[in-house]
Design a protein. Structure first.
Length: 296
């Protein structure tokens, strides 16, 4: 892979222009939070076509005109075909068009990481990656990613070793991906990108045992384990004079299999706060203590 990341913290931007995903979004807030993130040292911006059906990319494209593009990593995702009611389309022709359209909205000559956002049911996944590799060789993208692919689909897509990033649901509270996927990723030099890293706020310390009903997707034993694990996180956070959110994000950034973590924010102040996690350096003992507390 030709892409090198200076740090592992990015900004998830589904709340930047994502009017189709969230109610009452203020576009100016989106502009302000992207600028705040860049000014605070977060230099990776993660977006997608489906965030506002292109609007998030347009806002980011506007903002980066005022910055040194060479110091910004832009990751975007595409697969939803507007001509098919936004159903996933992994055909080579559509993905090439998707990249070209994203380049225009982002007002840039290249995309640092392009992810196939969702798999479709019938396209050849290897052919899709090979088409993206042609764009990579042409300098239009610098790294190739897949998102929401099953393990078998990932292996199909990477049959010739050209996948650089793999994105899927993962958090300290949801570690299913570790079972076999991480070993494969490590063996093939593929970096993992977790989404929902803060587990809808559960891992921030905002919730406690009394909030059990808000997380009915978790069984009682798992919920209790998470609450107890958060006590470990809290103690470590106090030692670092940091928030629990900062420590959880620092744990991901310390994990050798994780290449990038992309928490979201809704406004500039939240973006500035996320950047503080870059200052938290966990010791080996602290990393292991958190790891053990949340092990499945």
């Amino acid at each position: 892979m030709t892409l090198e990341l200076t740090n592992k913290l990015g900004l998830g931007t589904n709340k930047v222009g994502g009017h189709n995903l969230f109610d009452n979004l203020d576009e100016q807030d989106g502009y302000d939070l992207v600028r705040a993130a860049l000014d605070a040292g977060i230099n990776v911006l993660d977006t997608a076509f489906v965030y506002g059906v292109g609007r998030s990319e347009e806002i980011i494209g506007d903002v980066i005109q005022d910055y040194d593009r060479s110091k910004i990593i832009i990751a975007t995702k595409g697969a939803q075909n507007p001509d098919k009611d936004l159903a996933p389309d992994n055909s080579s022709e559509f993905l090439v068009k998707t990249v070209e359209d994203s380049l225009k909205r982002l007002k840039t000559d290249y995309i640092d990481i392009f992810f196939i956002h969702f798999p479709d049911d019938d396209s050849d996944k290897l052919a899709a990656v090979e088409a993206l590799d042609e764009l990579k060789q042409a300098g239009k993208i610098r790294a190739i990613g897949v998102s929401n692919f099953s393990f078998d689909q990932l292996k199909e897509a990477n049959a010739t070793g050209k996948v650089d990033f793999d994105e899927d649901y993962y958090s300290l509270a949801h570690r299913d991906e570790e079972v076999e996927r991480f070993a494969y990723l490590d063996e093939n030099n593929i970096q993992f990108v977790p989404y929902f890293p803060l587990e809808s706020g559960l891992l921030t310390g905002r919730y406690g045992a009394a909030d059990r009903a808000k997380f009915d997707r978790l069984d009682d034993a798992k919920f209790d384990q998470i609450i107890k694990g958060l006590d470990i996180v809290k103690g470590i956070a106090e030692k670092h004079d940091a928030s629990m959110t900062h420590v959880v994000l620092a744990w991901y950034m310390t994990h050798p299999s994780i290449g990038l973590v992309i928490p979201g924010a809704r406004n500039a102040e939240q973006a500035k706060d996320l950047a503080k996690s870059l200052d938290v350096k966990l010791s080996d003992e602290e990393f292991q203590a958190i790891d053990e507390a949340f092990k499945a």
